[in-house]
Ligand binder design. Sequence first.
Ligand code: TTP
Ligand code: MG
Length: 363
Amino acid sequence: MKDSLDEVRKIIHIDMDAFYASVEQRDNPELKGRAIGVGGGEKRGVLTTCSYEAREYGVRSAMPGYRAKELCPHIIFVPPRFDAYSKVSRQIREIFYSYTDLVEPLSLDEAYLDVTHCKKPIPYATDIARAIKDDIFNTTQLTSSAGVSYCKFIAKIASDMNKPNGLMVIKPHQAMRFLEELKIEKFYGVGKVTAGKMKALGIYKGKDLKKIREVDLVSKFGKVGKFYFQIVRGIDKRPVKPNRTRKSLAVERTTETDMASLQELEIKLEDILDKLVVRLEKTQKIGRTLTLKLKTSQFDIITRSKTVEGILDDKNDIRELAFSLLRSNYTEGTPIRLIGLSVSNFIEEDPDVEGTQQLRLEL
Ligand code: TTP
Ligand code: MG
């Protein structure tokens, strides 16, 4: 059955332990061994996360600070320091890339790695995971947990099983039993609502789910039913997708006949702007630099950029900037065959700016 196109993959999922809280405890010795919450100190604030010492009292991520205090009166609230977390995030990514280029970061503290063809000569995935955990600890003095398996779904579940400082391996021949015993809410894509529906149908564990025919799953849950059918049989072919970060997003228009007046160009620009804003929204990109590009009928290219201090997230601001770039750089009468706008300098590429992605909870 196995051939080179269908080899068994080695997937590792790595997740840092109590990430923000561990960084705070590392950097402030007074917080070591104490119950701490990151964020949540101020009125109506919620915790981003908390230390394992606080978890013993039932404190959890996303919990309002006052509730955490009720459960654990001696909890210490610490304000978050995102620059420190992104620094660690960059350090651990460097480590990942020293093992494989197939790294798919899911957040600051979590990533999938496909180490089927590892850059280092370590034959077993378990040893690779151990080596990565050691490297992370030696570089950052922080612990992480790893899950090792042949697919993403099982690797991710596994990394959560022996936290903190865990290492859990689920080999292909162990997967079936593991999935049969797995609670339904742990299955990938099964949220609270779906779990509720499943329980109403008597589906509590993988083995119950496995009894349901594919057609019935599809008729009850829609398309995703197909996915449940596969995943409960241990089939998850999703590849580890390295995030190729897009450097810019551009929309351009070439016209059949040259445009030779500001008025004509402005009409085109408006149309480009609409398209650009839609695409920015779709990709969830937030940039800081807007560039106007003009190509003359002689094929000379003029590009002019402006970087704003804040972010380019408002259509009116982008329009104003685009029009001012055009007005100040176009000489009436020059024949133009292409006009374009692009947004670049995306905030998540700049480690010193706090990207919206990095903060999953509003503080
Ligand atoms: P998680 O990996 O979900 O949690 P954790 O690392 O704190 O703890 P665990 O040991 O269970 O993995 O999230 C990573 C960081 O992301 C976390 O330290 C803080 C932040 N975060 C939020 O800002 N809001 C949230 O709701 C969650 C869950 C996490
Ligand atoms: Mg974590």
